[in-house]
Design a protein around this ligand. Structure first.
Ligand SMILES: [Zn+2]
Ligand SMILES: [Zn+2]
Ligand SMILES: [Zn+2]
Length: 220
């Protein structure tokens, strides 16, 4: 017989809290596994019987320590709960709580990092908008800054950067970026207008294809 992943999951999950077992205890009546604290609070506050088979022979004293499963769980490498946010750490169960506290991909830390980054970018933008300094900066620097603001969802600042660009060399890319900014900021009519405009100006097929890809679900 081959155990599927969900069957395997059930084996190492507590029947009460549905989280991975901690301090594993086995019931002598039906050999079900629970965390010590979970089964204790069940017996003390909920019912003096087994949560699975209802046997009243089960007491705190008759619970069996299951060292094999406990060690097995402690040695499994878990994905960090912030994996989707970019943390690639594989963590043994025993380090999970510590890792959660120190992981640099928690929503709070990411939010803080983003705010810091936006703060620094805004300082940069201030320098760029300073009239005296403007001549020192090149259009491509403003374009790159607009791109970073866009990635960080600083749409107003991204628009500001693009407005300051004077040259006309990069109009195609600038208009695509403007359209993407409007699209991501929910301004679909403006985005569509910009996409249509640049589509008409597109001179080559690769440009047109790039445009189709950039515009995504907005219909040209
Ligand atoms: Zn539990
Ligand atoms: Zn039982
Ligand atoms: Zn992590």
């Amino acid at each position: 017989m081959i155990a599927t992943q969900s069957e395997f999951q059930v084996l190492i999950e507590c029947g009460i809290c549905c989280d991975y077992l901690t301090d594993v205890r086995e019931t002598p009546c039906c050999h079900q596994l629970f965390c010590l604290t979970c089964i204790q609070s069940w017996l003390r506050t909920f019912a003096p019987n087994c949560p699975r088979c209802r046997s009243t022979t089960l007491t705190e004293q008759t619970l069996i320590t299951n060292i094999a499963i406990q060690q097995f769980i402690e040695n499994i490498q878990f994905n960090c709960p912030n994996k989707l946010q970019g943390c690639s750490a594989k963590i043994p169960r025993s380090d999970l709580i510590h890792h959660k506290q120190t992981c640099s991909y928690t929503p709070e830390k990411l939010k803080y990092q983003r705010e810091q980054k936006l703060f620094e970018l805004r300082l940069q933008l201030q320098q760029y908008s300073n009239a005296k300094a403007r001549t020192r900066y090149k259009d491509n620097e403003l374009y790159d800054l607009a791109k970073v603001f866009h990635e960080e969802h600083g749409y107003d600042e991204a628009r500001q950067c693009l407005k300051m660009i004077k040259g006309m060399q990069n109009v195609f890319n600038i208009t695509i970026l403007s359209a993407q900014i409007e699209q991501d900021d929910g301004q679909y009519d403006k985005a569509l207008e910009l996409y249509t405009d640049v589509y008409l100006k597109a001179k080559t097929n690769p440009q047109r294809i790039e445009l189709r890809l950039a515009s995504g679900h907005i219909y040209l």
